[in-house]
Design a protein around this ligand. Structure first.
Ligand SMILES: Cc1cc2nc3c(=O)[nH]c(=O)nc-3n(C[C@H](O)[C@H](O)[C@H](O)COP(=O)(O)OP(=O)(O)OC[C@H]3O[C@@H](n4cnc5c(N)ncnc54)[C@H](O)[C@@H]3O)c2cc1C
Length: 466
């Protein structure tokens, strides 16, 4: 008889992981601490409870990366997607669900599965050593006792308790007639070229207008359990601006060591810098621009920055209570802790963001653990798929992993900027969102993804060499 795999956490990721294991015939014990021990956000004892919105976001696989992820998960036999489809509510192009019926459906399916045992109770430290295959899927609100144990196992700096997210911009939407590439003082540094940053220059009037807009913009509030999250090293830019009009000019927007090639005689008054965020070079983050501004306000205010007037954001900034690993450094490509491979991680704790992404990483962790238990080798999904692109982001695609400084790693939703680029023929100008080059490019990426996914799913896993 096959030995059991233990899954800790019965949220979006843990429920999906347990299902994938059980469907491959591997017995599972799923440990969920609720209702014995609650979290600050969950309200029920159901598995896969949705803690806030009831939306799985866009269901359009042709033009939206999360819609594509839905479709890939459906093809891979996802329990979360089956329950979502069965309990969907009218919501335009989005997939919204009846949250109680959804969570009830997941809980009932797992409870009824012959290969799954559900144990209610907190795992309050590292799992016992005789559990030789474990998936930790305890989410953004991992209980403190387990979080502390993981932290001392991985190293103090490798588990974060807040995310501090600066906005990330699609490269192709930055106006390079205004911006230029240069590192401060042309420093080459480890793995650099001396031209590693994209710089957006502001004159005094533009800077003053930007500061005024920042101070007046609407902010989001912290939840009760998110008290005092500010660390001096990652203050929101609006808090810096409140401390003095010049604080940003002496902080993340300092103009020193930079010369504008288009106008070498003009000294910029302030500069916003963007740093490459993924190995593909398709995504760039705004350095030091973590913020609690409302999302709509971020778009409005950041469009005032010269060169970002038409920027499209792969993600907007935020600051939240979270628990996530420095995954590019710690995890191998099958989500195992490199230093202790009996432990695999899944869900938001790996540095993905969102219900669907968390469940998707649960799906992969479950399949990888099942293959390992059955003595098979399982290759990761191709990076051209949404599943593969997301996995590559957390296990190595993030650019600073190569520099050995993956501490800048921050959680991310799936988006087309994570996919390898694709070229499409020039398009005639069309009207509406479903025409033009951007639409054709997304559609080409989505078609490539599904073809590659089908090939990956139909490849028989082979018996491992050892
Ligand atoms: C307040 C809040 C609001 C959010 N809102 C949204 C939103 O609207 N939309 C969205 O897409 N994403 C949202 N997220 C982000 C995220 O996608 C969800 O939190 C998602 O549920 C993460 O899935 P997960 O499986 O990783 O974690 P969870 O779904 O949180 O599951 C983790 C499970 O592990 C259990 N657990 C924790 N510690 C232990 C332990 N030691 N032993 C046993 N069990 C344990 C918990 O009880 C929980 O059931 C939100 C996050 C938070 C914190």
């Amino acid at each position: 008889m096959t030995d059991k795999v233990h899954v800790i956490g019965g949220g979006l990721a843990g429920s999906e992981a347990a299902w994938q294991l059980a469907q491959k015939g591997v017995p599972v014990v799923l440990h969920e601490m609720r209702p014995v021990r609650p979290t600050e956000a969950h309200k029920t004892d159901a598995l896969a409870e949705l803690v806030c919105s009831n939306s799985f976001r866009s269901d359009d696989w042709e033009t939206n990366a999360v819609g594509l992820l839905h479709e890939e998960m459906r093809r891979a036999g996802s329990l979360i997607m089956t329950a979502a489809d069965r309990n969907k509510l009218p919501a335009g192009g989005a997939l919204a669900v009846d949250r109680d019926a959804f969570a009830g459906g997941v809980t009932a399916a797992l409870a009824a599965h012959a290969s799954i045992e559900i144990e209610r109770g907190e795992i309050a430290g590292l799992p016992p050593t005789d559990w030789d295959s474990v998936i930790v899927a305890t989410g953004p609100l991992t209980s403190p006792a387990l979080a502390r144990a993981v932290q001392s196992h991985t190293g103090e700096a490798e588990l974060a308790f807040f995310d501090a997210i600066a906005p990330i911009v699609h490269f192709e939407t930055i106006d390079m007639d205004i911006c230029w590439r240069q590192s401060r003082y042309d420093k080459v540094g480890p793995g650099g070229s001396g031209a590693d940053y994209i710089n957006c220059p502001l004159d005094k009037d533009q800077y003053d207008a930007f500061i005024d807009a920042l101070l007046a913009a609407e902010k989001t509030a912290f939840k009760d359990f998110e008290s005092t999250p500010y660390f001096e090293g990652c203050l929101p830019i609006e808090v810096m601006a409140e401390r003095g009009r010049d604080t940003l000019r002496y902080g993340p927007m300092k103009p020193v060591g930079l010369t504008e090639p288009h106008r070498p005689d003009v000294k910029p008054y302030a500069v916003v810098q963007l740093r490459q965020d993924n190995a593909l070079g398709t995504l760039w983050n705004m350095v030091g621009f973590q913020t609690k501004l409302r999302h709509g306000e971020q778009v409005r205010v950041f469009h005032m920055i010269p060169g970002l007037g038409h920027a499209e954001f792969a993600r907007l900034g935020g600051l939240h209570r979270n628990t996530f690993l420095n995954s590019p450094k710690l995890l191998d490509e099958s989500l195992r802790l490199k230093a202790d491979p009996r432990l695999r991680f899944a869900g938001q704790i790996t540095g993905v963001e969102g219900y669907v992404e968390s469940a998707a990483i649960g799906l992969l962790a479950g399949r990888f653990a099942a293959a390992e238990r059955l003595g098979l080798s399982a290759s990761p999904p191709p990076p051209t798929t949404a599943l593969g692109a997301l996995l590559a982001h957390i296990t190595g695609g993030h650019v600073s992993a190569d520099e050995g400084t993956a501490r800048s790693f921050q959680p991310m939703n799936v988006n087309f900027g994570l996919f390898p680029p694709i070229s499409v023929p020039r398009q005639p100008r069309g009207k509406g969102p479903r025409s033009g080059k951007s639409f054709e490019r997304k559609r080409a990426m989505a078609n490539r993804a599904l073809a590659d996914l089908d090939r990956w799913l139909s490849t028989p896993t082979s018996v491992a060499a050892e």
